[in-house]
Design a protein around this ligand. Structure first.
Ligand code: BJW
Length: 247
């Protein structure tokens, strides 16, 4: 067993305000690609074209089709043992809040109920002009963005580069980070702002930071505990130990 697991589990078991910050790595074992790994999306696709408003306005069909493909992948895939272990931890630690940069909805599907989605959701849409929100509509096609009742083009309700994050979600994430007594950071490269600030905020208020990642990141040097490996393998062990400690 990983030597830091015992210590990490003890920190979580004794916490009263735990925050978990997740990134694309937690969903990789479900078959959803990350962004910046060797097989990540940004190695095959250009973020300027696909994840900015300018890219969308230049070629709405291209961006819409890309998101439709990713929506279909997200719906086809299942939560993995890492997602389920986090849902177990939420039951064991009622104060635990999950803050995710992921848009894939897998945390909710695994049973997580206290969650802040910083970058939106691939399951939701809003129109460009008036931000009218829509769920998926079976009358829509995957080819071109449909129009809202106000006549404006529909786009995925996700946060693209250069866009501000949803205000309430960001405020809640920052407030919880400022008040947490331990932060668990899972499967993120830790470079995309402002989400990347969360572990640093936790650290600045004296909360220990536990990182789970298959490789070292910009956060590893500041983390109090670094658990190197797949989140789908490490998280179930951590959650199991927390259950025993609280048992
Ligand atoms: C495993 C594993 C396994 C693999 N187990 N681990 C300040 C300084 C510099 C730049 C900026 C700044 N403030 C703002 C910016 C600009 C920009 C930014 O941060 N750029 C950086 C790239 C430098 N930020 C923004 O534009 C944000 N907006 C903003 O700040 O507004 C105000 C503002 C605007 C303009 C100027 C200044 C201020 C918005 C960011 C939106 C990000 N959007 C995306 C796309 C969302 C929709 C979609 O999915 O299509 O969000 S980009 C992409 O990156 C996606 C992710 O949520 C996000 C983070 O990626 P994540 O999750 O960390 O994934 P990876 O791939 O990077 O890492 C995966 C990790 O998992 C790796 O470490 C692996 O090792 C690990 N892993 N398998 C455990 N099995």
């Amino acid at each position: 067993m990983h030597e830091g697991i015992e210590e990490a589990a003890a920190m979580l078991a004794s916490s009263t305000r735990a925050v978990v910050s997740t990134g694309a790595g937690i969903s990789r074992e479900s078959g959803i690609p990350t962004f910046r790994d060797a097989d990540g999306l940004w190695n095959s696709y250009r973020p300027e074209e696909l994840a900015t408003e300018e890219g969308f306005l230049a070629n709405p069909g291209l961006v819409w089709r890309w998101y439709m493909e990713r929506l279909s992948t997200a719906r086809d895939r299942e939560p993995n043992p890492g997602h389920y272990a986090l849902a177990d931890l939420e039951k064991l630690l009622p104060s635990l809040l999950t803050v995710t940069q992921n848009i894939d909805n897998l945390h909710r599907r695994a049973g997580i109920s206290k969650i802040v989605e910083l970058h939106g959701s691939i399951e939701r849409f809003r129109c460009l002009e008036n931000s009218h929100l829509h769920d998926w509509n079976d009358g829509w096609t995957s080819d071109e963005p449909p129009l809202c009742h106000c006549g404006s083009m529909m786009r995925p309700d996700v946060v693209w580069f250069g866009e501000t994050l949803p205000r309430d979600e960001l405020e809640r994430a920052f407030t919880e980070a400022m008040n947490c007594d331990v932060m668990l950071v899972i499967g993120t490269s830790g470079i995309v702002q402002p989400a990347a600030q969360l572990p640093w905020i936790a650290k600045s208020v004296g909360a220990p930071v536990i990182e789970i990642n298959i490789g070292r990141t910009v956060l590893t040097g500041m983390a109090d505990i670094f658990l190197q490996g797949k989140s789908g393998e490490i998280l179930p062990i951590v959650a199991g130990r927390v259950r025993e400690m609280l048992g």
